[in-house]
Ligand binder design. Structure first.
Ligand code: MEV
Length: 448
């Protein structure tokens, strides 16, 4: 039993070293080496570290993740090298393979289908519904003019508030109304802009009702519940697509004809259209690609994920986000996905590596980045399904994972080389690799 006190007040006020000291004293045994390890991940440049610390709270160190690239992404005729931040082996390799495969088959064709973002002001209305509805055009005009100073800049960039609707939700929750607001936020993700405007709408709606005695009765009252953007943005949508004659799929994998491959592939996608259990894994594969680019470019992967999953359930059942058809000997595979991302503001410009990622992509607009991200998601999905319907996923996956296991078992360069040869034909698991290492290490001892 440890006799230490594991709770603390005023933790956030401690210096970074003070925080680490408290943590290691209360939660670790090997204190000196834990301190050394935590501090070893501090950025060597103090100014850069300050920037990272500023993103969050109670920061004690950094958590490194692999930053890889998938080259050869041909999207609408332009070639990209896509940055990906992901901890899972095989993902970057699968994206790169799929990109290369489609490079010689016309590449990815993409199209932005919409860029509208949504914000909601929920409020309770105690009073006559029709008085609120009749006054709504005036309320709307007032809200737009009262937020003019907040929207000026965005309007100059071609964006702003594009619609305000009044929704009566009282049949579902007593007294509940909503202002459903639509925004165009150009190259920014727009969360701060939308939330600032919505909170101002809340204040202005309250004061407008109180002061417009000619429109409302004393018994009418408005009570703001909350003002926040919606992360569900079905009209901030992009399509990425690949297609080719079925015959051009020849050679996609050994011992499987082009036609057989196309049919097996389509079958797998169709299964994910009808079965939520499979659809969840299928879409997880898509998000392997999407999240990795979203992270690398400093965007909000939680927002992208939650939106994608809601979109996948838009007809009432959770389904695959991608589709496949084979018509007139043409194989077509595509993905529709809402992606509310930005290329200016937020982490995109503050995080030094996010900035580099955008530079690597040629400093794209938000619309261009939507297309790159969707193509990476589709490539990932193609790679996963291709393996699943042919060799199975484990062969490639475990080959990549072999290195992780070898590193965990502290294999030397020489041992890694021997293991790579040995396991090219053997089953890879933690125990088979450990046994192999024990055996070759034993052989070495014997021969000394
Ligand atoms: C693993 O991270 C992703 C896959 O499971 C996706 C899929 O099954 O389609 C391979």
């Amino acid at each position: 039993m440890r006799s230490t006190n594991r709770s603390i007040s005023g933790f956030s006020k401690l210096s970074k070293r003070g925080k680490i000291k408290w943590i290691v004293e209360n939660f670790f045994k090997d204190r000196e080496s834990v301190i050394r390890e935590l501090m070893s991940y501090w950025h060597s440049n103090e100014d850069q570290q300050k920037i990272l610390d500023g993103f969050s709270e109670n920061t004690i160190t950094n958590f490194p993740m692999p930053y890889g690239v998938a080259p050869n992404f041909v999207i609408n005729g332009e070639t990209f090298c896509v940055p990906m931040v992901i901890e899972e082996s095989s993902v970057v390799a699968a994206a790169s393979n799929a990109a290369k495969f489609w490079m010689s088959r016309g590449g990815f064709k993409t199209k932005v289908l919409g860029t509208q973002k949504i914000g909601q002001l929920h409020f309770n209305w105690k009073g006559d519904h029709s008085r609120l509805q009749t006054a709504f055009p005036k309320i709307k005009r007032h809200l737009l003019s009262a937020t003019q100073d907040l929207t000026d800049n965005m309007q100059q960039r071609g964006g702003g508030i594009t619609e305000i609707e009044l929704l009566d939700l009282t049949s579902e929750l007593a007294h509940l109304f909503q202002l459903k607001c639509t925004f165009e936020t150009c190259d920014s993700m727009g969360a701060n802009f939308i939330n600032t405007v919505l909170e101002k709408f809340g204040e202005e709606l309250t004061s407008f009702v109180q002061s417009s005695t000619e429109l409302f009765e004393d018994s009418d009252s408005v009570e703001i519940v909350m003002a926040i953007l919606s992360n569900y943005t079905p009209d901030c949508l992009v399509r990425a697509e690949v297609s080719c004659p079925v015959a051009a799929l020849e050679g996609v994998t050994k011992n499987v004809s082009a036609e057989d491959f196309a049919n097996r592939f389509k079958r797998a996608v169709d299964i994910a259209r009808i079965d939520p259990f499979r659809a969840t894994t299928h879409n997880k594969g898509i998000f392997n690609g999407i999240d990795a680019v979203v992270l690398a470019t400093g965007n909000d992967f939680r927002a992208i994920e939650s939106c994608g999953h809601t979109f996948a359930s838009r007809d009432g059942q959770y389904r695959s986000l991608s589709f496949c058809t084979i018509e007139n000997d043409e194989f077509r595979f595509w993905l529709d996905i809402p992606l509310a991302i930005g290329t200016v503001g937020g982490l995109t410009t503050l995080h030094p590596m996010a900035k580099r990622s955008l530079e690597l992509l040629g400093n794209p607009s938000a619309e261009q980045l939507m297309q790159i991200i969707a193509s990476t998601g589709l490539a990932q999905n193609f790679g996963a399904i291709r393996s699943l319907v042919t060799t199975g996923i484990q062969k490639g996956h475990m080959k990549m994972h072999l290195l992780n296991i070898l590193q965990q078992l502290e294999a030397t360069e020489k041992e890694i080389k021997r293991a790579m040869v040995h396991f090219s034909t053997e089953i890879i698991s933690f125990s088979t690799v450990r046994e192999f290492l024990e055996q070759i290490r034993g052989d070495k001892e014997m021969s000394v």
